[in-house]
Design a protein around this ligand. Structure first.
Ligand code: CMC
Length: 447
């Protein structure tokens, strides 16, 4: 152990670290104990504190989990400082430019890129699970016409466990796999139905001759009265958006899915919990918030006013689509989406692109501003996605639904990985109790 690795934290325990262990000296009790340091295949090391409480009655304190590795995972790796995102070792740039969404889904679930046979079998399986039980449509009719589609998604996806009893036994590997396939396959159908219900149009059934993205677009935009022509550029852009949102390590919604699943809850219930978490504006709800913000800004001249507001500590306003807990560099997904924005808008013949121009100017000004530079705040995945989705024809209320649709693959892969880990125990954090110590009960007449 070298002296420069010794960190004296005053009255708090002192941590000394070398390559594979740290020693904590509790300055209050003068007790010393060694903790091992776990190395990943790549990335930051973690102090193994699993026995800290049982052996030393010490808890660790990390309310928003910034310094907590909650599990072992082989699915996704992020290097936030360098802006790197890998799925099973492949860069997001390679996957977004060379793979289809179903290939990436297979990769996340199975750990390797499928060969042609594996992909055909997987595609065939997913394609043949896209229909939902006919009774499920009655759930939609129970919602108000103006219900937010995310609220419908939470209800309907949770309700799947009431329909597919034969895939809720999580101890059966076959049932786990069928549930995973069902979730990936049915999510586009459920999302499109939420949209159709909100605009008062009839539901459109899935079509097995279409690709995953094309089928979703058809169920969303086709009407029985006329033929719907799929634009290949739009289909490709949709597929790419799905790839870019497929998984992102232990983010809030994925951790929610894992925590729910750790109790043994069925996968449909766990994914519904993930959708609920994703809805928040600090997470997946940001794509909707970005477009609303850009519309509110309205004109390039007003950008400085909004930048000022975002920096003002007395205002709760934040630049939506900016900043990330892990990325302290450009989010690689945002870079791909920015490029896609130009492609899609040009392909759709949209010459006048005020939102995109406004977004680019906002980015340019923010990235030169000391406040954003100092805090390493860069555009994240939500900054440019809404502009493409809007150009395709989605209302803003559907943006987070599309995120949920794509992220279902990651949630399912992470849930399966956890359930299949023999060391699984229920997730149960502790707390730093700051309330009243025990006190005598006061009868009501004396209070
Ligand atoms: N605008 C203005 N200031 C910001 C922003 C922003 N968008 N993001 C962070 N900051 C400031 C924050 O006020 C704080 O400043 P200070 O150190 O002076 O107190 C500093 O940067 C660090 O922020 P933080 O809140 O401690 O960071 P966090 O890791 O807890 O939050 C975040 C991450 C994504 C919730 C946050 O950056 C944010 O609210 N961004 C806007 C919402 C958004 O775009 N969310 C999508 C995230 S990516 C996709 C997804 O997860 O779904």
């Amino acid at each position: 152990m070298t002296s420069e690795n010794k960190i004296n934290l005053g009255n708090k325990p002192t941590i000394q670290s070398d390559s594979d262990s740290v020693t904590i000296i509790d300055n209050k009790t003068q007790k010393r104990f060694d903790l091992s340091v776990l190395s990943p295949t790549v990335g930051d090391r973690s102090i193994d504190i699993r026995k800290l409480y049982t052996e030393h009655q010490l808890l660790t304190y990390d309310p928003s989990y910034s310094s907590t590795a909650s599990c072992d995972s082989k699915i996704t790796y992020i290097d936030g400082e360098r802006g790197v995102l890998l799925h099973r070792g492949y860069t997001i740039q390679d996957l977004a430019s060379k793979s289809t969404f179903l290939e990436v889904a297979y990769l996340l679930l199975q750990g390797h890129l499928p060969n042609q046979n594996e992909l055909s079998t997987f595609t065939n399986t997913i394609t043949h699970h896209t229909m939902v039980h006919e009774q499920l449509q009655f759930f939609y009719r129970g919602f108000r016409r103006d219900a937010h589609p995310m609220s419908i998604m939470i209800g309907v996806v949770g309700a799947l466990s009431a329909f597919y009893h034969d895939s809720t036994d999580i101890s059966d590997p076959q049932q786990r796999m069928i549930a995973s396939h069902r979730l990936i396959a049915k999510m586009p159908t459920i999302a499109a139905m939420a949209y159709k219900y909100s605009i008062g149009q009839p539901f459109v059934y899935p079509q097995n001759n279409l690709s995953y993205a094309a089928n979703f677009l058809n169920m969303t935009f086709a009407v029985p009265a006329e033929e719907y022509k799929l634009n290949p550029v739009v289909v490709k852009a949709m597929d790419r958006i799905f790839i870019l949102h497929a998984d992102h390590e232990q983010n809030a919604s994925t951790s929610t899915v894992r925590l729910a699943g750790s109790s043994g809850a069925n996968p449909f219930a766990c994914i519904a919990a993930g959708i609920a978490c994703l809805w928040g504006p600090a997470h997946g709800g940001a794509n909707e918030a970005v477009v609303n913000m850009l519309r509110e800004i309205g004109d390039k001249k007003r950008i400085p006013e909004f930048i000022k507001k975002a920096k003002d500590k007395n205002s709760s306003f934040r630049l939506m689509g900016f900043g990330h807990r892990v990325y302290k560099n450009y989010d690689p997904r945002a870079a791909v989406l920015k490029e896609s924005c130009h492609e899609v808008l040009n392909a759709l013949g949209i010459r006048n692109q005020p939102l995109l121009e406004l977004a680019m100017e906002l980015e340019r000004i923010a990235l030169q501003d000391e406040y954003f530079v100092e805090r390493k705040l860069f555009p994240n995945v939500d900054f440019y996605s809404g502009i493409i989705l809007q150009a395709i024809g989605f209302p803003t209320s559907m943006f987070t639904v599309l995120f949920a649709l794509a992220r279902t693959v990651g949630w399912v892969a992470q849930w399966k990985e956890m359930v299949e880990d023999p060391s699984l125990r229920i997730g149960r954090p502790r707390q730093r109790y700051m309330g009243e110590p025990q006190r005598p009960y006061i009868p009501i007449e004396k209070r």
